[in-house]
Ligand binder design. Structure first.
Ligand code: NAP
Length: 468
């Protein structure tokens, strides 16, 4: 399609906005600007597209806008930060469905025009395959993360053979459809097989790996949009799809590296199938402490490293943690935060929460930089983290998380762990760190426990410390 100059110009500026947006989003200090730039780019892209008067059906666009807002606004406001992975999954599924349905309409149009094999029909076959697969795969990923279905890998005998057969069937139909776009039965079989393959792809993957799978699905959805751009000769779709596809893939790679896992292990490893020994055995003794005891130990320390994890996010304890940082800094305790790349449920989860609570960014130290200093640290205070400080990853080659880099909190002189129980973390495995002589378990909700410590440190608690 020949685009009017004004549309070409809007698309070009929008593409530049998206590239700048990605660049700025890669650092917390510029990420807000990055999001705003992305929004501006999207607005420009929409305004540009609305100028294509010969193809745009305005009443339909308004109806879609209303329907989309009706779903999107509550999603944005109602879902908590901890549910970002499943929110991302469900929005991917809708995006992928939109791309796939446009593919169906375009394929039907090519069929009605009596066209045979063309570049457009081949690109459409590819994008519909990715679109439909991503749609059902994302819905299942959402259901697993929201615990609407079991988070365990769903495996059965002959599953891989069935998956391969269904995939080959869908891919075969895509090729046949590219040759015969007018064939409705082929189209129906293709859509059905692609949707089933999406389910088969995600079913054997455990809930623990869903965030990585979602990043991969993000990349598939981007590729589908890019292929759609080729089919419709729309340069903006090609560029944004490629950016989306590449960034999703890079994110998935970063997650795999931080967990010391391969893509194949994530997709086919059945991780999380057995919760090895988790909280199933006999109860072993641990040493516990109260907020008053913990506050006293922190106050008497010279150096404290706080290791935040998923539990801090669940408890929404970041503001109280920031107050704890201020109270201790006011008493000349050197406090830093150790950030593991996969702490929480998405990369950068801890950075975002602590930035929101105004913890100075220079106090956040990456895992590789802090690990060498932990042996000289008085107290490692773990707040709702588990897997990312589990020494089994380093010491036990048979562990489900063997080889995953960890924050070596066990090397600090004293270890304190805030969590509600002895339950395991995401990987479902026991943590020997809790049983060390130097470890104090601080049982309770992270927000309540940290509040108790802050109260104590600011002189509002029962215990008045004389030390400094
Ligand atoms: P984790 O291993 O899931 O442990 C979180 C701990 O927080 C739990 O042991 C839980 O114990 C505690 N907790 C929950 N709610 C709490 C509350 N209200 N107050 C206090 N404690 C609470 O978390 P993590 O150490 O951050 O590790 C992240 C895991 O996610 C890793 O296995 C990682 O591989 C995986 N993962 C992360 C990403 C990512 O991008 N970040 C991606 C894929 C996978 P209680 O129930 O006893 O309180």
């Amino acid at each position: 399609m020949n685009m009017p100059l004004v549309v070409e110009a809007a698309y070009t500026v929008a593409a530049v906005c998206f590239i700048l947006s990605l660049m700025w989003m890669s650092h917390p200090s510029t990420s807000r600007r990055g999001v705003q730039m992305g929004e501006a780019g999207m607005l420009l892209a929409i305004i540009g597209t609305l100028q294509l008067k010969q193809v745009v059906d305005y009443p339909l666009i308004i109806a879609a806008l209303l329907l989309g807002s009706l779903i999107g606004v509550p999603l944005a406001y109602k879902m908590p930060m901890t549910a970002i992975p499943q929110r991302t999954a469900i929005s991917h599924s809708l995006g992928a469905l939109a791309v796939a349905l446009i593919g169906v309409v375009e394929m039907r149009r090519l069929g009605a025009e009596g066209r045979g094999l063309s570049f457009a029909s081949a690109a459409l076959g590819f994008e519909m395959l990715l679109g439909f697969v991503t749609c059902t795969a994302s819905v299942l990923a959402f259901a697993k993360l929201q615990e609407l279905v079991t988070t365990r890998p769903m495996v059965f005998k002959g599953q891989q053979l069935l998956s391969l057969t269904v995939f080959l069937g869908a891919a075969g139909c895509a090729v046949a459809l590219a040759l015969h776009p007018q064939n409705g039965i082929l189209l129906a079989a293709f859509v059905g097989l692609s949707l089933v393959f999406g389910v088969l792809l995600v079913a054997p993957i455990g809930g623990a790996d869903m965030p990585t799978v979602i990043a991969l699905l993000n990349s598939y959805a981007g590729l589908a949009a890019s292929a759609m751009g080729f089919a419709l000769s729309n340069k903006l779709l090609i560029i944004t799809g490629a950016l989306d596809g590449a960034s999703g893939f890079i994110l998935a790679m970063i997650m795999c590296k931080a967990m010391n896992r391969s893509f194949a292990n994530v997709m086919f490893g059945g991780f999380g199938q057995v919760a090895a020994g988790a909280s199933g055995g006999e109860a072993r003794p641990v040493r516990s402490a109260s907020p008053e005891d913990a506050a006293l130990m922190l106050e008497n320390a010279n150096s404290v490293v706080i290791v935040p994890g998923y539990g801090m996010a669940v408890a929404q304890a970041q503001h109280k943690v920031s107050e704890l940082y201020q109270a201790l800094s006011g008493k000349n305790v050197d406090v830093r935060f150790a950030i593991h790349p996969v702490a929480g449920r998405m990369p950068g989860h801890m950075n975002v929460l602590l930035a929101e609570a105004n913890v100075p960014y220079e106090r956040l130290v990456e895992m590789d930089d802090i690990n060498g200093e932990l042996a000289n640290t008085d107290v490692a205070l773990i707040i709702g983290a588990n897997d990312v400080v589990n020494p089994a990853a380093r010491d036990d080659p048979k562990s489900a998380i063997a080889g995953m880099p960890i924050i070596e909190a066990d090397k600090a002189r004293t270890v304190m762990v805030i969590k509600r129980s002895m339950n395991p973390g995401f990987a479902g495995i026991e943590n020997e760190l809790y049983y060390l002589d130097k470890t104090h378990m601080l049982f309770g909700d992270a927000k309540d426990f940290v509040s108790g410590m802050v109260k104590e440190l600011s002189g509002g608690g029962m215990h008045k410390s004389a030390s400094g």
